[in-house]
Design a protein around this ligand. Structure first.
Ligand SMILES: N[C@@H](CCC(=O)N[C@@H](CS)C(=O)NCC(=O)O)C(=O)O
Length: 211
């Protein structure tokens, strides 16, 4: 059983969110670049890690964790010294989990449906995220008044929700409301965020050089 975190990564994927999270955590990790062009994510070696053939994934102490929200939650709990999650017995834990799950269950689906211009279903009451408009308004409430989701306390929920807001604005699947912009402005000042961005650019350059 190894204490090393193996991070299955491609900087053109949701794994970017986990990369930022790993920088916030500050524990050593090793990147295994998964080449989408070569279809490495659909080959048996990687399917043994994640049968979905999708990124991100991590391996830590003999356990595989997949799903971006789960990985962020896991890392915050596995490395409590980083102070990225309220403990299970703190009332703020409820708020924290609420927005982590909202990110995975509602924000992700709503933004992707909008990005792919998928037609609106007739019965939104049966749809987990309800309506796109409700998700966006609720997202704004989650980060208001701020400065973070847990007010003065930065947490892994800001990494996950913040990265989703950034992705949404970049892909135009989310309108750039001033509250979203100023929240992102605050997050992008974080040293861990800057390190993640610098490393991502280098990784992207490395990938481009091999194509
Ligand atoms: N529910 C997963 C979604 C993961 C996912 O869709 N990853 C994409 C990249 S952003 C992927 O690996 N796509 C490759 C493929 O499906 O071929 C999560 O939240 O982590």
């Amino acid at each position: 059983m190894s204490d090393e975190i193996v991070f299955y990564h491609n900087p053109m994927s949701r794994a970017r969110m986990v990369h930022w999270m790993l920088e916030e955590v500050g524990a050593p990790y090793r990147i295994e670049l998964v080449d989408f062009q070569k279809g490495v994510h659909k080959k048996p070696e990687f399917l043994a890690v994640n049968p979905m053939g999708k990124l991100p994934a991590i391996m830590h102490r003999g356990t595989v964790v997949t799903e971006t929200g789960a990985i962020c939650t896991y890392l915050a709990d596995a490395f409590p010294a980083a102070g990225l999650a309220p403990r299970w017995d703190e009332p703020a834990r409820g708020t924290y989990l609420r927005w982590m799950f909202f990110g995975a269950g509602c924000v992700d689906s709503a933004l992707i449906d909008r990005m792919l211009a998928r037609p609106k279903p007739e019965r939104t009451s049966a749809l987990g995220y309800g309506t796109y408009e409700d998700v966006v308004d609720t997202l704004e409430k989650a980060i208001t008044p701020g400065p973070y989701i847990l007010h003065e306390r930065f947490s892994a929920a800001d990494v996950y929700i913040g990265a989703q807001i950034g992705f949404g604005i970049m892909t135009k699947s989310l309108e750039p409301r001033p509250s979203f912009q100023s929240y992102l402005g605050r997050l992008s000042q974080r040293p861990a965020y800057k390190r993640f961005q610098e490393q991502s650019e280098k990784l992207l350059a490395r990938i481009k050089a091999t194509v």
